[in-house]
Design a protein. Structure first.
Length: 333
């Protein structure tokens, strides 16, 4: 069985959110395709808090190259997918290395200036959206870019889908306690709309401590490190899924929300253009609260149109076919 290394930071493998879910999904797909996806990460890292000056993750990646290369060589791996720009220099050691970014040098994101130099030497990438493909070409001259969505779990999307269980005043937000994700907006919305039940879901336990700095209204329910089954159960019972991030590379919960027939409220930034279905509404800081309330008052319990669109565009089946074609070309050549 051909081995492909998946290089991620230790903290990404540890948390129950996007990167870890992507890794497990890719490993399962690889097994079906006869590809052994081997998880690789350094045992040490600089900090869990990449916004502290001097502790940026990319610096941590650089001091961990010896550990990463030792793992790659000891397992006789010749093809590597790396998910963070700090490991771009793997290209110097491995001809067959490809970037699948979990973040991107956009001014709205933490580490924007730190990421940019690493992208100057990227020559091959996989991205989740057409928007990111265009940005890779426009800003960094990278034209060998394949678009493959991170497919949602179709089994769970079918198992937990039941519009009869939707609670009309329940609003769901999934994110991190980071400025880019705007948890402060969600808390303020809840404060102004006490008739709404607002669930805020965080991928890691570390946010349990950081959220203590906010005054949380009684109608906000905080959840941490939920399993995929718990996410889909909560997604099913919610009427509206709201994303208010400034920028997103993955937007995985948004595709899951569409698959569960949620009425979606999202940012109008073009990085979300692929979240485009009949009951998905784009807004901004000036009108989000009104949009969320309008979405909650839509007379349907769930959107079949949103669900059908998601299954056609973002399912695990679509992801598997994308990687089947990619691996066939990449590994053969």
């Amino acid at each position: 069985m051909t081995k492909v290394g998946l290089v991620m930071r230790k903290i990404q493998f540890a948390e129950a959110q996007g990167p870890r879910i992507f890794a497990e999904r890719l490993q399962a797909i690889g097994k079906e395709l006869g590809i052994d996806i081997v998880f690789i990460s350094p045992e040490r890292h600089v900090s869990g808090y990449d916004w502290i000056p001097g502790y940026e993750h990319e610096k941590g990646d650089l001091v961990n190259y010896d550990i990463v290369l030792d793992q790659i060589y000891s397992k006789k791996i010749e093809h590597v997918i790396y998910t963070v720009s700090g490991f771009t220099y793997l290209k110097m050691f491995l001809k067959n290395s490809v970037l699948f970014p979990h973040s991107f040098p956009d001014p709205a994101l933490t580490g924007y200036d730190m990421m940019k130099p690493f992208y100057q030497i990227v020559d091959k990438a996989i991205v989740q959206t057409e928007f990111l493909k265009k940005e890779m070409a426009r800003h960094f001259g990278v034209n060998d870019v394949t678009v493959i969505p991170i497919g949602f779990n179709e089994t769970l999307a079918k198992k937990y889908y039941n519009p009869a269980e939707v609670i009309d005043n329940r609003i769901l937000w999934i994110g991190r306690d980071e400025e880019n994700r705007r948890p402060d907006l969600v808390i303020e919305y809840a404060r102004r709309n006490p008739d709404k039940e607002v669930f805020m879901v965080f991928g890691g336990e570390r946010y349990r401590e950081s959220m203590k700095k906010y005054q949380i209204p009684s109608n906000v329910k905080l959840q941490f490190a939920l399993s995929q089954d718990e996410i889909f159960t909560l997604m099913n019972s919610s009427k509206v899924y709201w994303s208010c991030s400034k920028f997103d590379t993955f937007a995985m919960p948004l595709t899951e929300a569409l698959a569960m027939g949620k009425i979606v409220v999202k940012p109008e930034h073009p990085c979300y253009d692929h979240i485009s279905a009949k009951h998905s509404f784009s807004g901004n800081e000036k009108n989000w609260f009104e949009l969320v309330n309008m979405a909650a008052s839509v007379p349907i319990k769930a959107s079949k149109e949103n669900r059908d669109y998601a299954f056609d565009a973002f399912s695990n089946t679509v992801m598997k076919e994308g990687y089947r074609n990619f691996f066939n070309e990449w590994i053969t050549n």
